[in-house]
Ligand binder design. Structure first.
Ligand SMILES: *[C@@H]1O[C@H](CO)[C@@H](O)[C@H](O)[C@H]1NC(C)=O
Ligand SMILES: *[C@@H]1O[C@H](CO)[C@@H](O)[C@H](O)[C@H]1NC(C)=O
Ligand SMILES: *[C@@H]1O[C@H](CO)[C@@H](O)[C@H](O)[C@H]1NC(C)=O
Ligand SMILES: *[C@@H]1O[C@H](CO)[C@@H](O)[C@H](O)[C@H]1NC(C)=O
Length: 288
């Protein structure tokens, strides 16, 4: 290995340590518990394990949903898994699988739960969650560093995020995901917005608008922010292209290409090394 690669490797290690610190983030619902070994539990286990065997094409686009009646009760159990829009079907499946076992371990008896991980979100409920906007519980992470010219920066950021909101909401029923970048002074802002594709265009817009308001309140002027809600999320970073560019909605290229893209994608000057702080949404009615 030649010496110039060393600082980059150190940054990569640093970045993954930071991410490991804040994920997985579980929110165990407070609406009620099921009984261990009940039909509710076996139904949940069956539905979550179907992630690893599903042949659904929608996984290619980062979305998984399934539901089943809970026998002996009048309830239906609904499960949604969503991945960042730039993951391959295999990475998405691996992420959802890992999150499914995390959520069962961390929320063992709750009838509903949400778990955020770095690249995907898994949730389930006995109330219908398909096609509905859910913005709580929210989870917010922000870089502790502030940008140096917030006025110019925020104007550029705002216009980038407005455009991505419209583009993501305008996506089809397979994927509602948009990424983009804009130069501002010495910086380049990279941003991503995404909704679960079961939302209508208007619902996706509403979800992203709610999340954007949270961003303004919690994190204006920060160099990087990631705000997650069950139905949608927004992330931006400064001088860090954290996403793999995805062109048209086709199965992504073979995995062989990604390590290289990732290596360059994570490159960033030391002054913007992500040093995260976290806040929980104040409107959250869930347990931490
Ligand atoms: C979900 O479970 C809770 C707690 O047992 C119950 O109060 C609620 O009525 C259930 N919801 C539905 C739609 O069955
Ligand atoms: C997934 O959600 C859609 C509604 O957005 C619904 O029509 C469909 O039946 C669901 N699929 C499964 C397997 O439950
Ligand atoms: C639900 O189960 C969790 C443990 O998984 C427990 O901490 C909590 O008190 C239970 N809630 C109710 C209402 O029984
Ligand atoms: C999330 O995805 C990125 C890019 O594909 C990958 O480098 C990273 O290892 C993933 N994180 C986890 C926890 O798997």
């Amino acid at each position: 290995m030649n010496p110039p690669n060393l600082p980059l490797l150190l940054l990569l290690v640093f970045a993954s340590t930071i991410n490991a610190q804040f994920f997985p983030k579980p929110y165990c619902g407070s609406t009620g518990n099921f009984t261990a070994d009940s039909t509710y539990e076996t139904t949940l286990t069956t539905l979550l394990s179907s992630i690893s065997t599903t042949k659904s094409l929608s996984l290619t686009y980062g979305f998984f949903n399934t539901s089943s009646a809970v026998s002996g009760t009048s309830q239906i159990l609904y499960v949604i898994g969503s991945c960042h829009g730039d993951l391959t079907a295999e990475s998405c499946r691996a992420c959802l699988d890992a999150s499914a076992s995390d959520i069962r371990r961390l929320c063992p008896l709750q009838k509903e739960a949400v778990l955020y991980s770095e690249n995907c979100t898994v949730r389930y409920s006995n109330a219908s969650i398909f096609g509905t906007v859910t913005t709580d519980p929210g989870y917010q992470l922000s870089n502790v560093n502030d940008v140096t010219s917030p006025d110019t920066y925020n104007t550029a950021l705002r216009s980038l995020l407005d455009g991505l909101q419209a583009e993501a909401a305008g996506g089809d029923s397979l994927r509602k995901y948009a990424t983009g970048d804009v130069p501002v002074g010495l910086y380049t802002i990279y941003a991503m917005e995404q909704c679960t594709p079961d939302l209508t265009e208007q619902n996706c817009r509403n979800c992203l608008a709610t999340v954007f308001q949270r961003l303004v309140v919690c994190c204006a002027g920060k160099m990087g922010v990631k705000i997650m809600a069950p139905s949608c999320q927004i992330r931006y970073e400064t001088n860090d292209q954290f996403f793999d560019p995805v062109g048209e909605p086709l199965p992504p290229p073979p995995p062989a290409a990604s390590p290289r893209q990732l290596l360059f994608g994570r490159l960033q000057p030391p002054s913007t090394a992500p040093s995260w702080s976290q806040r929980s949404s104040s409107t959250c009615r869930w347990n931490p």
